[in-house]
Design a protein around this ligand. Structure first.
Ligand code: NI
Length: 150
């Protein structure tokens, strides 16, 4: 069991963001599941775009209100895409050098955050994890959706 007391580790769950409310309900539920299972854990959520709170806002709030040395950022996305490969690393200030995918014309939508100029005021370590990926645990959920309708 991980000890979260005085761990100085913060967790940020990222969701894409939508003008509709369902996305926030889901990501908020995951935050609440963490808080229920690990009381005292430092965790919050933010959206890549289209909805508040955005990433810098939430990180600045988390790191101002808590003594955090390391921030673990989990994109609750199924797979990598432009947001996880380009946009989010840029926002986090951890963009890999030479990562330039701008000329691929694969922008699935062009709704840049209106808060692009907001910067993160955190000089600790930021870990940006992989998205969920292909995982047997998610496969089980997909099967539920299918077979519940057979
Ligand atoms: Ni997008």
């Amino acid at each position: 069991m991980v000890n979260f007391n005085n761990s100085k580790i913060g967790i940020l769950l990222l969701s894409h963001g939508s003008r509709l409310p369902q996305g926030e309900e889901v990501i908020k539920s995951y935050v609440e599941m963490f808080q229920t299972e690990y009381p005292g854990i430092i965790i919050d959520y933010a959206f890549m775009e289209l909805k508040q709170p955005n990433i810098p806002e939430t990180i600045n709030k988390l790191t101002t209100e808590n003594d955090i040395e390391k921030l673990i950022v989990v994109p609750v996305f199924i797979a990598h895409g432009l947001h996880t490969k380009r946009d989010i690393p840029k926002i986090l200030g951890i963009q890999e050098e030479d990562f330039d995918i701008d000329n691929t014309n694969h922008h699935h939508h062009d709704h840049k955050s209106e808060d692009e100029d907001q910067s993160i005021d955190f000089d600790g370590e930021i870990i940006f994890t992989d998205p969920l990926g292909a995982d047997p645990r998610i496969y089980e959920i997909i099967k539920d959706r299918v077979f519940n309708n057979f």
